[in-house]
Design a protein around this ligand. Structure first.
Ligand code: NOJ
Length: 563
């Protein structure tokens, strides 16, 4: 593998609950991942990022961690982890794990100790406990709202049984926020990093990397408008609807929430970077930082901080040529200005799958999800067509690309999940008003004719799989040159052989407004976001997301040509 592998890597996100189930209990596990790594090697990715598999009550699908240095029995054991990473490395695949430092689970021994201890104790000082407001302290310490809906504070009962202090949870009430001004917390996380680095991990995806430090005094704050993202500014989330909007990437500071993007977070990452750099190989940090605009995100990847930050501005850009050109330029400028690669991403476990999202015609803020009552839902085939074109565009861009499990099969968002199957805390905390994120988390289809479509050996799956999974299963697509799987495999192979990740982008003039056209090295890329077919420049066609029509590039299609 080349040096600075992360600058150009294609990184595949595994959501362990839903990737592959080895023991037939309906829940994915580490042994399942190990058994299916061959498929990822064939796909042609460079690294995997695993969402959490640590000990957890699973109130937020594992983003509520009770023990950071162990594997939850649902997913296996530490030995299973060691076997998985050894197999991945043997196949030339690096392994990135998820680190969840903003909050723990309420089942974490530190939080249990805090509940048992008195106000003002060192046990409480690891979290953000505060007295309430009002005469009896019966009102929350401030007006902050949880990202999942409802108040961000919960009141505890003190040991004498009387209502007492409140603790902060920016997410579910089962996810108390740590106090990162406390050195004990910092020391603990250094040990956690070392634990996994010693086990051979190649890096960490850092959850809520914009949230760990809160403004002094925890001042009241009212977000500007409908939010609902993992903490992004409202202006960005509006674009997630897929409704073509004017690109709105300004140089102004975005959201000024006293819990997002505080300057103090950067000291933590400098400290972690120094720690990672003590290790051989190139271990990386990747930030989940929902801040806006892009020049602000670039602060997370200054040379002595993290290596990568997710490009949510790109993910939230509609299928609109002008908006795409704008966000691509803004990304390359912002990340380039600090010497970092840009990243690109279209789907993950928190957003509506892009085979659906890019064609939704009604506003749908991130995190709200889609369900039977949602409006503006697209048909599958045209939605997939657009998604294939969007992916073909993304994989030609210089930098590092993130893929989310199942997108290589063209999986849509699952809209028709029964209410009683839903598990996202958003669904519960909003009384069903927001569907939440379960629709992008349905277990993968591997074999069209097998029980649970090959997800596991039994007919069991923690979220019900739709019948459509049979025709989208990996074995049905594998040898079909027109399948979405073949498109991904072809694009990833060309991306590697033509070194597109390390390339430089040059816009090509002379195309209609609805066309995105650029050259990257010896490849010319033309994406048609409009309604009518357009002429392609001369050159051998290397790849096309749909068949060409008499040499013309049809609507919602991307082609790569030899320059
Ligand atoms: C972001 C994660 O991606 C999401 O799934 C989780 O619910 C929140 N952070 C809280 O940890």
């Amino acid at each position: 593998m080349t040096s600075e592998w992360w600058r150009t890597a294609a990184i595949y996100q595994i959501y362990p609950r839903s990737f592959a189930d080895a023991n037939g209990d309906g829940m994915g596990d580490l042994a399942g991942i190990t058994s299916r790594l061959v498929a990822l090697q064939e796909l042609g990715i460079n690294a995997i990022w695993l969402s959490p598999f640590y000990t957890s009550p699973q109130r937020d699908a594992g983003y509520d961690v009770a023990d950071y240095c162990d594997v939850d029995p649902l997913f296996g054991t530490l030995d299973d982890f060691d076997a998985m990473i050894a197999e991945a490395h043997a196949r030339g695949i690096r392994v990135i794990v998820d680190l969840v430092p903003n909050h723990s689970s309420d089942a974490h021994e530190w939080f249990q100790a805090a509940l048992a201890a008195a106000p003002g104790s060192p046990e409480r000082a690891r979290y953000l406990f505060r007295d309430g407001r009002g005469p009896d302290g019966a009102e929350a310490p401030n007006n902050w709202e949880s990202v999942f809906g409802g108040p961000a504070w919960t009141r505890v009962l003190e040991s004498d049984g009387t209502p007492g202090q409140w603790y902060l949870h920016l997410f579910d009430s089962s996810q108390p926020d740590f106090d990162w001004t406390n050195d004990e917390v910092r020391e603990e996380f250094r040990d956690i990093l070392r634990f996994w680095l010693d086990r051979g991990v190649d890096g960490f995806r850092v959850d809520v990397a914009h949230g760990m430090i809160k403004a002094e005094g925890l001042p009241d704050y009212t977000p500007p408008a409908e939010g609902g993202s993992m903490g992004g500014a409202a202006g960005v989330t509006a674009a997630a609807s897929g409704v073509p909007l004017e690109p709105e990437i300004s140089a102004e500071p975005g959201d000024s929430a006293p819990y997002w993007g505080q300057e103090g977070v950067h000291d933590i990452y400098r400290d972690w970077r120094a720690l990672l750099d003590e290790y051989p190989g190139e271990r990386i940090l990747a930030a989940e930082a929902w801040v806006d605009p892009l020049p602000r995100v670039a602060k997370w990847v200054r040379p002595d901080e993290m290596h990568q930050a997710f490009n949510f501005a790109y993910l939230e850009t509609p299928w609109n040529a002008e908006a795409l050109r704008h966000v691509i330029d803004a990304s390359l400028d912002a990340f380039g200005s600090v010497g970092a690669p840009s990243t690109w991403v279209l789907s993950n476990h928190d957003v509506v799958r892009h085979a659906t999202r890019l064609s939704v015609t009604e506003a749908n803020p991130q995190g709200h999800g889609l369900g039977p009552r949602s409006k503006g839902l697209p048909e599958y085939a045209p939605g997939l067509r657009r998604a294939r074109a969007a992916t073909a565009l993304m994989l030609a861009l210089p930098g590092s690309a993130y893929l989310y499990q199942g997108e290589e099969l063209g999986l849509p968002e699952v809209i028709h999940l029964p209410d009683d199957a839903r598990q996202d805390p958003t669904w519960f905390r909003t009384g069903g008003e927001r569907y939440g994120r379960d629709g992008c988390r349905v277990p993968l289809p591997w074999e069209g004719s097998a029980p649970s479509y090959g997800f596991g050996p039994a007919d069991a799956s923690w979220l019900p799989q739709p019948e459509q999974w049979a025709s989208l299963a990996r074995d049905r697509q594998r040898d079909d040159p027109t399948s979405t799987l073949s498109l991904y495999r072809g694009a990833l192979a060309l991306r590697r052989s033509r070194d597109l990740g390390a390339g430089a982008l040059e816009w090509l003039p002379g195309f209609a407004e609805s066309i995105v056209a650029f050259r990257n090295g010896d490849v010319v890329v033309v994406a048609n976001t409009g309604d009518a077919a357009v002429e392609l420049p001369a050159g051998e066609v290397l790849l096309s997301s749909e068949p060409l029509e008499g040499g013309m590039l049809p609507a919602d299609t991307t082609a790569w040509l030899a320059a």
